[in-house]
Design a protein around this ligand. Structure first.
Ligand SMILES: [Fe+2]
Length: 264
């Protein structure tokens, strides 16, 4: 598996505080089946990670992982808040993109309120050559109240990443219900850990979460494979990404119409 959202770097945000804790977290991730992990430190007012600090952190952690014999492959990235985007130049955005490929960005949705300017932001990024993956919209209260709101962003080419812990109830019943609605309704494309520690708080155990997600929508776990293997690999390659259509095998509650065709 390839985990596209993690706070693995030491002492840079609210992830592990030391190199030793990062190495332990990487070991737990590897032992639970993750082979590659994108380091996506917060880029937001509270944790204003600079892209060069992120790159340096990844380089140093690679050395530490090699010394500790932990074969987890790690990549550069960032979890960029919508409120922080304006501060980053095109060059900085390129460096903060998945694997530094210059194309796909992980954007953090606000937890409260709906970003009215989201369509404009996505359009502006597209003009500048970037595409967006929206991080854990199931945790945003506006999406919890109306999961269909995310369809417009998907129609504009954004992809959606759900957090595995949401399926395990780690972010409350509303996030769990919304994650299931988005996944089962065809409005989700990736599942990632958003891990912050080796555990028990927000661990990097993606396999358990994917199984829970599959159970929640009544499909075989292999149905969700693309979301944690080929899909993330395509993001890291920086080209077009064509997600398969995934829908719930269970009857939707309250109807619901199909999501727009998958983004490019
Ligand atoms: Fe995160």
């Amino acid at each position: 598996m390839i985990d596209i959202h993690s706070h693995l770097l030491p002492a840079i945000d609210d992830g592990p505080a030391t190199v030793g804790a990062s190495v332990e977290m990487a070991r737990v991730a590897f032992e639970s089946g993750t082979r590659q992990m994108v380091c996506t430190p917060h880029m937001i007012a509270e944790y204003p990670t600079e892209v060069r600090a992120m790159q340096l952190g990844v380089a140093k952690l690679r050395t530490a992982l090699a010394e500790a014999d932990v074969p987890l492959q790690i990549h550069t990235g960032g979890e960029i808040s919508l409120t922080w985007l304006d501060r980053l130049s095109d060059e900085e955005l390129r460096m903060a993109s998945f694997g530094g490929n210059g194309r796909w960005l992980l954007l953090e949705m606000p937890f409260t309120g709906w970003p009215l300017q989201l369509g404009e932001i996505l359009r502006d990024l597209e003009i500048r050559g970037f595409s967006a993956v929206l991080a854990h919209p199931e945790r945003a209260d506006a999406v919890q109240r109306g999961p269909d709101r995310i369809r417009d962003a998907i129609g504009r080419g954004a992809l959606v990443q759900l957090t595995g812990g949401s399926f395990l109830g780690e972010h409350g019943p509303a996030a769990r219900r919304t994650a299931i609605a988005l996944l089962g309704g065809g409005s989700a494309h990736f599942i990632a850990s958003d891990a912050h520690s080796a555990g028990p708080w927000r661990p990097p155990d993606l396999g358990v979460a994917v199984q829970a997600a599959a159970d929640a929508i009544g499909v075989h776990v292999q149905t969700l494979d693309w979301m944690v293997t080929e899909g993330p690999a395509a993001l890291l390659e920086g080209g077009s990404v064509r997600p398969p259509k995934i829908t719930s095998a269970r009857r939707p509650r309250g109807g619901g119409r199909p999501a727009p065709a998958g983004p490019r």
